[in-house]
Design a binder for this molecule. Structure first.
Ligand SMILES: NC(=O)c1ccc[n+]([C@@H]2O[C@H](COP(=O)([O-])OP(=O)(O)OC[C@H]3O[C@@H](n4cnc5c(N)ncnc54)[C@H](O)[C@@H]3O)[C@@H](O)[C@H]2O)c1
Length: 447
């Protein structure tokens, strides 16, 4: 092919793709229909694009196809309306990728047992797309990953299938920043960061997201975009670790850490409050920083902040166990045989996601020490700990009264904290959600 013919074909691909994006006729496939992929698919479908959600889990696809949303941030009624309008459908069939103008990959990026990145889902999804590559496609990776993934791992897969980046395939990284359960900031409210392999890749990816979000911030390379996401989550992880360690120091000094943090937070600049808790959880904050420290280790550099924050946060469940044990000792009770009601097992308030939740370790340790543990969580009907399935109870007055210790791990808005304060005998509150107790017969211990 002459360079003139090559240039004109790349201009054609880029032009026709940008025209289809502007007209909202570009066919979009979103690979992975979980917490990230489904809300994104719905947002594009809502904007009028024809969208297919591709997932390897047939149960999930059947649920979606029947109009039931497994993700709380997406109401089933909204999904049903989009299915009826023919703007959204779900499938397990990867053949759809060949028919797509844009493919957005939102598959999991967990850790292996060794705490190294498990990139196998990204590789599998990318191979599916690369083997079905059709000239003129825009491919975007959204999964959080180590710096270099887009150019070092995805790009060669497409090149091996004959694709020429920036000419007949357009490849970019754009991190997902959604915060599940956050009613204020949804997909459409959060600016997107986009870094393409070439300027044309960046432009096309930015044009696509520009149709659904208020602002797109373009960066020079995919690696900058990959690192921006990791920096955001390292920032949270390190600051949560600081709040956690600070709360432990305050305990030694006999001071309520929340009172100190709230006082510091009155400074209108240069301070952002983070709050202590029983540990960190979810698919992102405990996991993503380790993707960066792994990369840095390969480069002969030890990411010390990340290691220290990880150590502190992972030690929090053991501190909670100590606090519960000491609080029971003070009222003359041992853990063994004591009834403990845990409020909240999801990793954060307002959602049912239990991935990496500190509740697993805390409940397992309490049970191993002989405590009789029950739990309440309006979002989590069953909870598997050490191979035993626990069923959620209602946190009724009777349950609160009968428990010798009420342990608050997740501050779901649905809990009646006034009732907890009135009926709980001993309350260990890791989230500072129970009001001050004046009744001398009850005891409140805060993290
Ligand atoms: N959950 C969050 O709050 C959040 C926020 C920002 C970024 N992220 C990142 O987004 C990515 C996805 O996270 P998630 O929480 O949506 O995960 P999830 O587990 O909720 O969903 C992932 C989905 O991908 C499917 N899947 C796995 N391999 C597949 C394949 N090869 N082809 C098609 N489907 C496949 C799974 O069946 C699952 O339904 C991760 O990299 C995560 O770090 C998550």
């Amino acid at each position: 092919m002459t360079s003139q013919a090559k240039n004109s074909s790349s201009v054609d691909h880029a032009t026709s793709l940008s025209q289809r994006i502007a007209a909202h006729t570009a066919r979009i496939s979103i690979v992975g229909q979980g917490y990230v992929g489904l809300p994104l698919a719905v947002e594009f479908a809502q904007a009028g694009f024809p969208v297919t959600g591709l997932d390897t889990d047939p149960d999930r696809v059947a649920t979606l196809a029947s109009g039931r949303s497994p993700v709380r941030d997406v109401p089933s009624e909204q999904l049903q309306a989009l299915l009826r309008a023919g703007r959204y459908n779900a499938t397990t069939e990867p053949a759809i990728l060949a028919e797509s103008d844009a493919v957005i990959i939102c598959v999991p990026t967990p850790l292996r047992k060794s705490k190294d990145p498990d990139i196998s889902y990204v590789v599998a999804a990318s191979k599916e797309a690369a083997t079905r590559f059709r000239p003129g496609q825009l491919i975007i990776l959204e999964s959080t990953t180590y710096p270099g993934t887009t150019e070092e791992l995805l790009l060669p897969l497409f090149q091996a299938n004959g694709a020429r980046v920036g000419e007949d395939v357009f490849l970019a990284f754009s991190p997902e920043r959604i915060d599940p359960g956050n009613p204020t900031f949804k997909v459409k409210d959060i600016p997107k960061v986009v870094g393409g392999v070439t300027p044309a890749c960046t432009r096309l990816a930015a044009a696509l997201y520009g149709e659904i979000v208020p602002r797109v911030h373009q960066v020079s390379t995919p690696k900058v975009a990959e690192l921006a996401k990791l920096y955001e989550n390292v920032f949270r992880n390190v600051n949560i670790a600081l709040a956690n360690e600070f709360s432990l120091m305050c305990r030694y000094l006999g001071v309520d850490s929340r009172e100190v943090i709230d006082a510091a937070a009155t400074k209108p600049f240069g301070f952002m409050p983070f709050y202590p808790g029983p540990g960190i959880g979810g698919h992102c904050i405990p996991v993503d920083p380790l993707y960066l420290s792994w990369t840095m280790r390969l480069n002969g550099y030890e990411a010390r902040f990340i290691s220290l924050a990880d150590d502190i946060n992972r030690a929090m469940p053991a501190h909670v166990l100590t606090i519960v044990t000491e609080a029971l000792n003070e009222v003359g009770r041992a853990l063994k045989g004591t009834r403990i009601l845990v409020l909240g097992v999801a990793y954060k308030r307002g959602i049912g996601d239990t991935r990496e939740s500190p509740a697993f370790e805390i409940i397992a340790s309490l049970r191993r020490k002989g405590a009789q543990v029950s739990y309440a969580d309006p979002y989590v009907p069953t909870f598997l700990v050490d191979g035993t399935e626990l069923k959620a109870v209602e946190p009724t007055q009777a349950e609160l009264r009968e428990a010798e210790c009420v342990l608050i791990l997740t501050d779901h808005p649905e809990f009646d904290y006034g009732a907890v304060a009135r009926h709980g005998r001993l309350i260990v509150d890791t989230r500072h959600s129970v009001p001050e107790i004046t009744d001398g017969r009850r005891r409140l211990v805060r993290l």
